[in-house]
Design a protein around this ligand. Structure first.
Ligand SMILES: [Zn+2]
Length: 132
């Protein structure tokens, strides 16, 4: 899903979070729901050895989705780690909630575009498949 849609949907949900839990948590939620996709940029830099944010944007926009792509912030292990941290540092739970909210739209979008198996959901499983 394009970043602009994550911004729109993130803003809508952040307004609800604001009324439920205040401005700081709303900001954290919004930040997480949009900037979770920085892992796309990290993956682009790692794969293409190119630091251009603009080229990264068009690279992913043009559906360069190979099989089993690793987007580290979109993995269960990172979410589980944030859950553990969030048990003691409450705002981290809003970071996690924003990321999971974002993921709902990613799953919807990838299903709509029939991009199955293009992105791994588990860092651990990806590591086993890719580091033999
Ligand atoms: Zn995403």
């Amino acid at each position: 899903m394009l970043p602009k849609y994550h911004v729109y949907f993130g803003l809508l949900a952040s307004i609800a979070v604001y009324f439920i839990s205040g401005s700081i948590n709303a900001l954290i939620f919004f930040f997480a729901s949009v900037f979770i996709d920085t892992d796309h940029y990290m993956a682009f830099v790692f794969k293409e050895k190119n630091w251009s944010l603009k080229k990264s944007y068009y690279y992913w926009k043009d559906e360069h989705y190979p099989y089993d792509e690793l987007m580290v912030f979109h993995t269960i292990e990172i979410w589980f780690l944030l859950l553990i941290i969030g048990l003691t540092i409450k705002p981290v739970l809003f970071l996690l909630a924003g990321m999971l909210y974002h993921e709902l739209f990613d799953i919807y979008d990838m299903n709509k575009r029939k991009l199955y198996d293009t992105r791994t959901i588990s860092l651990f499983a990806w590591s086993i498949r890719n580091f033999k």
